[in-house]
Design a protein around this ligand. Structure first.
Ligand code: IPE
Ligand code: IPE
Ligand code: MG
Length: 255
């Protein structure tokens, strides 16, 4: 493993890593190719990083593959991306099963073309008994849509008299998001150099450590992944407390 320059503390591997896989288009342009060729190259990185995450003992890896806003891209690019997702899932399912990886999905699957959705759902079913890495693909995902849906569901329950509005807590919001049951990300990596969340896990990333990596997604590799984790391990997660308080205890004492 390429950890020589960045020794990792095996006891502090982030349990949940989320990645905004950005820069495929710019990578392609930088070598005079079509944007879609950047997406093809990006699929190889997904495979590499999934394998690295498994090997390192990461429990959850959430990859932002396609946002709700990405539906607004040129039709040919959207079609190419959907086709690519479908092909990659079909090709990789046997290896996911062999590597004990369990696939999960977040996003509005109703907008995903039927054949692609069926293939994704088949992979979820085929890998459902895996007990290793949880690989969660965010496809047609919008954090604001997700939070809005949670509010709507809770409002309907309140209107029906089934819950008391004054008793709604943060846990109720979390439990009504598509990430229900998944711990919040410890580390969020964005490739491609931009410092923004682009509507990804806005609620869940409240105290996530963020690493911006300048490399474009097709150039992201295990060495850069390990470097980002090493950066995370050097951080002090204070959760609003003072440094002295957190060095006494590794957990926040309350809000
Ligand atoms: C990320 O790469 C992949 C998707 C958003 C689907 P981009 O396609 O956004 O690449 P850039 O940001 O234009 O370089
Ligand atoms: C974020 O990338 C979405 C994904 C990586 C799937 P974008 O390229 O869509 O984000 P913006 O437009 O730069 O904010
Ligand atoms: Mg982009």
């Amino acid at each position: 493993m390429t950890t020589d320059n960045y020794p990792l503390d095996p006891s502090r591997i982030p349990s949940h890593i989320a990645i905004i896989m950005d820069g495929n288009g710019r990578w392609a342009r930088s070598c005079g190719r079509e944007r879609t060729e950047g997406h093809v190259a990006g699929v190889n990185t997904v495979r590499r990083i999934t394998e690295s995450a498994s090997r390192l003992g990461v429990k959850y890896l959430t990859l932002y593959a396609f946002s709700t806003e990405n539906w607004g891209r040129p039709r040919a690019e959207v079609d190419a991306l959907m086709h690519l997702i479908s092909m990659a899932i079909e090709r990789e399912t046997p290896d996911l099963i062999r590597n004990n990886v369990r696939l999960g999905l977040i996003g509005d699957m109703q907008r995903v073309p039927d054949d692609v959705r069926r293939r994704l759902e088949k992979c979820v079913a085929d890998t459902s008994s895996s007990t290793g890495l949880n690989l969660i693909l965010a496809i047609s995902y919008s954090s604001r849509v997700e939070i809005t849906a949670a509010c709507r569901r809770l409002a309907a329950l309140a209107a029906a008299g089934r819950i008391d509005p004054s008793a709604i807590g943060e846990d109720d919001i979390s439990a009504n998001l598509m990430t229900a049951g998944i711990p919040d990300p410890d580390l969020l990596i964005r490739t491609g150099g931009d410092s923004r969340l682009s509507n990804f896990l806005l609620w869940q990333a409240a105290y996530t450590e963020i690493v911006i990596e300048h490399a474009f997604w097709p150039d992201f590799d295990e060495a850069l992944f390990v470097k980002a984790i090493a950066d995370y391990q050097r951080r002090e997660r204070r959760y609003g407390l003072t440094s002295e308080q957190v060095s006494d205890s590794s957990e926040p004492s309350g809000t």
